[in-house]
Design a binder for this molecule. Structure first.
Ligand code: CP3
Length: 322
């Protein structure tokens, strides 16, 4: 469980209340380390996901990120590639240094058997926030921008590749065991656009991270990619893929590279609803992915109303099958 998962926990809300605001929370290593460790403590999870946010990098690039209560994130819109080149790399990384410190603290506190996952947003997804100033449900402005000013968008994605590669290297050096790339806005892109804005920049990012000497496995999560997840898995160089709630598991399993590990894909609303259908679905997902390594996970972010007892019941079902 990751992606705003802490919100369903009372201990998370208590820790959050100690920070001035959400960004301050992310930049405070002691609070962020505490939030990272809470689900491991409560549920005995096999993996921990770093507490941070995919938009920190835009904040460090000087785009003035704000988290408005009940409205979601806002960013100063960028109109050209040079808007993302204003802050020198060294300065950007020093702004993000508290995240590295969070990783170090978590790593020191975790049992070595628990995997610590660091992460970054993928260039296109972070680029959508940079262009639109907010999350783009249909990404209309970003697509239009990319068709009208293809070189400018390529330039923005290039800036994000370079910045993200160094940010991920910092997390790897600080002790992250695996790295994840969130491509939350992959949905609805035509194949040519998906290739140019998602596959191309992700492949470059993976290459760049490897060129910086990072050996940790990289998980890519192109949410909403549909059948293009297969191209993504084959062409980007990621070591594993996350599958969203809408993926037809058996068909996708038949098409993905043999042996490639997957994550996914329980519907968080199923987790909210609970009841006997929850256990049936958990068993079905595990059964449908039994022929490849599978990290059980949700296929989308957790909502705050998820009952703790439903999470416990999912874990009970999974552990009963192990
Ligand atoms: O689960 C975790 O806490 C792991 C850390 C994590 C967060 N965000 C913390 C967070 C991770 C991996 C993310 C990823 C993230 N952030 C994504 C990619 C995944 C996805 O959901 O598609 C995106 C798009 C974001 C941007 C973002 N940050 C959004 C859309 C929101 C929700 C804003 C809202 O008003 O609900 C956030 C805030 C955020 N990031 C929270 C947490 C725990 C919630 C803050 C809170 O209410 O306490």
């Amino acid at each position: 469980m990751m992606r705003q998962a802490g919100r369903h926990l009372p201990e998370y809300r208590e820790t959050r209340a100690r920070a001035r605001d959400f960004l301050d929370f992310c930049y405070s290593p002691s609070l962020a380390a505490e939030a990272t460790l809470q689900p491991v403590r409560r549920y005995g999870m096999d993996g921990a996901i770093l507490f941070a946010d995919i938009l920190l990098i835009l904040d460090a690039m000087g785009r003035n990120v704000r988290f408005l209560e009940g409205e979601g994130p806002r960013v100063d819109p960028a109109t050209k590639a040079s808007d993302l080149a204003r802050v020198p790399l060294e300065k950007m990384l020093s702004k993000l240094a508290p995240v590295g410190e969070t990783v170090e603290r978590v790593k020191a506190a975790l049992d070595p058997s628990v995997t610590l996952i660091g992460f970054a947003g993928s260039p296109w997804t972070v680029g959508v926030y940079a262009i639109e100033g907010r999350g783009g449900t249909d990404k209309a402005d970003s697509r239009k921008f990319g068709y009208q000013h293809p070189e400018e968008l390529d330039g923005m994605l290039e800036q994000l590749v370079e910045a993200s590669a160094h940010y991920l290297k910092m997390q790897a050096d600080a002790g992250a065991d695996a790295l994840m790339l969130f491509e939350s806005w992959a949905e609805g892109l035509p194949q040519d656009a998906f290739e140019r804005w998602v596959i191309g920049p992700t492949a470059k990012l993976v290459q760049r991270v490897r060129a910086l000497g990072v050996k940790q496995p990289i998980i890519g999560f192109p949410r909403g990619a549909g059948a293009l997840v297969v191209d993504y898995a084959e062409l980007t160089g990621v070591n594993a893929v996350g599958l969203d709630t809408a993926m037809p598991l058996k068909r996708i399993d038949a098409m993905l590279p043999k042996g490639m590990p997957v994550q996914g894909n329980l519907d968080p609303m199923r987790l909210v609803a609970g009841g006997p259908g929850l256990e049936t679905r958990v068993r079905e997902i595990i059964d449908q992915l039994k022929d490849r390594p599978h990290i059980f996970n949700l296929g989308h972010g957790v909502t705050p109303e998820v009952p703790i007892s439903n999470v416990e019941s999912v874990l009970h079902t999974i552990r009963g099958l192990a």
